[in-house]
Write a protein that binds this ligand. Structure first.
Ligand SMILES: [Zn+2]
Ligand SMILES: [Zn+2]
Length: 439
């Protein structure tokens, strides 16, 4: 997790960072990583551990405040209440905003509404049981109870996958080609899938950034070595977060240019069509770390590396199910080989590969109760492990981003077609390995 959120698991990661046991483990693994090195350069541990700072010196933690106003006698300060910190978290993740281009904001009408990120109101309903689906909902109490390994729980579909990131006018009008028409994998529809996924990523990263002080105050009332660990880890998280925000701004600019041109011809997508609703639904953006055959794409522990974005949306339009991977030309470098490795997977192994991908990267994931409960304990454990790894790879002991076959054979769903949409550079040949090469 050391690139702040290397995955977009900001909600879960924030909760973990507050959770003391996970912090200790993560800190122990921090030092030999680029993020840790970057941070260590600006972080004078010696001044904390060896010589005493003067009261008016800048504080060792890098806050910019005087030592006397920051970490002097921190160990005697009253500890922060984790439940209050959790309230702050809820507040940050309930902020109302509208994620349209700045020029459009004057047209915003109505309050930001709690809209689904998984498109089509029929999507989650189609996989629900009595109005509920499984999802991962971290709280401090649950982290403590389950020692960091929170199992998925049943959540009402009206709460699942929602965020308050668009005003009611834009949520209705802007997404109408997606929400009111059958999905035909038109480039405009693919654009809208990607736009909503990225809007949510930006929203959650902004919320997480607003909670930086909450994370840094977690060391109040704790001994100096703990203060050092908490500040180092929080700062490393913030560095990764800032890198993610920087990269997402680049991707948002690229999408805004499409809107301003009024042309979606540059949108690329790989769309897998299924006969029924996919039992795993999601919406989010990832910086793919490896291809399906294990070729490295990004080193997300290095915050200086600029990351390419791939959005993933899994949904049901009332007659067909879809898993759509969408990206833009500025992200071809990593997304083209990534999608090539997916297209090389035989049809009978395809849904297993998509499930590995979704659980490896996306916390905004919801699961059909009937499907989840039909899995063996071993299958559920393997998927949980991927989800927990989003927040705390040190808890699971596995590296992140590995989506190669893991020997877990999940029940598959029927694939109807796969199609590649949009121009891909001439020298790359992505051919759908499936039965239908339309698009
Ligand atoms: Zn300080
Ligand atoms: Zn608006």
């Amino acid at each position: 997790m050391t690139r702040g959120p290397p995955h977009p698991g900001d909600v879960i990661q924030h909760a973990y960072l507050w959770w003391h046991e996970a912090r200790r483990r993560q800190y122990e693994s921090l030092q030999d990583r680029p993020c840790g090195v970057v941070y260590a350069a600006s972080f004078n541990a010696d001044s904390l551990m060896a010589k005493k700072l003067g009261r008016n010196d800048p504080c060792w933690c890098g806050s910019g405040k005087k030592y006397k106003r920051c970490h002097l006698e921190r160990e005697y300060q009253e500890r922060e209440n984790p439940w209050e910190a959790e309230q702050e978290l809820h507040k940050a993740y309930s902020k109302r905003t509208c994620s349209v281009p700045p020029d459009w904001k004057s047209e915003c009408r109505g309050p930001a509404i709690r809209a689904h990120t998984v498109p089509k109101s029929t999507s989650l309903k189609s996989i629900s049981r009595k109005g509920h689906v499984y999802g991962y909902v971290p709280t401090f109490a649950k982290l403590t109870k389950h020692k960091g390994k929170i199992p998925p729980e049943l959540v009402g579909i009206n709460k699942a996958s929602t965020f308050t990131g668009f005003c009611s006018k834009h949520d209705t009008e802007f997404f109408a080609p997606l929400e009111t028409q059958a999905f035909n994998a038109l480039q405009e529809q693919c654009f809208l899938l990607a736009y909503r996924a990225l809007a949510r990523e930006i929203y959650t990263k902004d919320a997480s950034a607003a909670l930086s002080d909450v994370r840094k105050n977690a060391d109040k009332g704790r001994p100096e070595p703990d203060q050092f660990a908490i500040q180092a880890l929080s700062s490393s998280f913030d560095i990764g977060l800032a890198a993610g925000q920087r990269d997402n701004s680049r991707h948002l600019r690229e999408m805004h240019e499409c809107l301003l041109r009024g042309s979606f011809s540059s949108v690329r997508a790989y769309v897998v069509e299924t006969a029924g609703p996919p039992p795993v639904m999601c919406s989010g953006g990832i910086f793919p770390e490896e291809t399906f055959d294990g070729t490295k794409l990004h080193d997300l522990s290095d915050p200086s590396e600029h990351a390419d974005l791939l959005t993933i949306t899994s949904f049901y339009d009332g007659s067909r199910g879809y898993v759509a991977l969408v990206w833009f030309p500025g992200s071809d470098t990593r997304c083209v080989p990534f999608v090539e490795s997916l297209s090389a997977i035989p049809t009978n192994e395809l849904t297993g590969a998509l499930v590995r991908l979704i659980f490896e990267y996306l916390e905004n994931t919801f699961i059909a109760p009937d499907w989840w409960e039909s899995l063996t304990e071993g299958q559920r454990h393997a998927l949980n492990n991927r989800m927990w790894g989003i927040a705390d790879q040190f808890a699971t002991g596995q590296s992140t981003g590995n989506i190669q076959p893991d020997g877990i054979n999940l029940p598959s769903w029927a694939i109807q077609a796969r199609s590649l949409i949009g121009m891909i550079c001439a020298n790359s040949a992505i051919q759908p390995a499936g039965e239908d090469a339309s698009g």
